[in-house]
Write a protein that binds this ligand. Sequence first.
Ligand SMILES: Cc1cn([C@H]2C[C@H](O)[C@@H](COP(=O)(O)OP(=O)(O)OP(=O)(O)O)O2)c(=O)[nH]c1=O
Length: 191
Amino acid sequence: MGQPTLILASASPRRRELIARLGVTPDAIAPADIDETPARGELPRDYAKRMAREKAEAAASPDGFVLAGDTVVAAGRRILPKAEDEATARQCLELLSGRRHRVLSAIALRAPDGAVRERLSETIVQFKRLSADEIDAYIASGEWDGKAGGYAIQGIAEGLISRIQGSHSGVVGLPLYETRALLKAAGFPIA
Ligand SMILES: Cc1cn([C@H]2C[C@H](O)[C@@H](COP(=O)(O)OP(=O)(O)OP(=O)(O)O)O2)c(=O)[nH]c1=O
């Protein structure tokens, strides 16, 4: 039997860059188009895991591995939206200003036999209290676009974050410790 194939079921360029750091090159990129609406009362960690699992299941791959991820920013039990416009990004930043929040990053791996395994990374992120000028400047940067919770730690937002406890790669979108462990546990060849 030859080397098994791996499909990365993601449209996120960050996930592609992050998996490369494990020395893994996906054979194909196949973003999954699923309904990303949280269920009523769904807890942030359950939602993140369900999204990652549904993305992994949606990708067609008869005889290979499929990896998917989902990153959710949560303030208490509240799931923050993915910011697609300025007003949403501003609301997120006002909510996150001066407080701690959690970033849940779930990954799911479908093995060739159809079994799906999941892992969850949980990181606590503390933002400084943001002034109106800081929020305006961040909005003007555009870096919030398409990001869960309206910020990207891998850009200028890190200058506004006093502390993180957990996984930096998890916040960016693919927790590398959990991803390596999951691939290994499923028998995918990885150094
Ligand atoms: C909090 C945070 C999120 N993000 C990004 C990671 C994810 O791309 C995005 C959350 O949306 P996701 O739904 O996890 O992913 P996606 O829609 O970008 O890609 P796909 O579902 O196809 O895999 O927010 C950052 O890049 N930096 C951050 O600091």
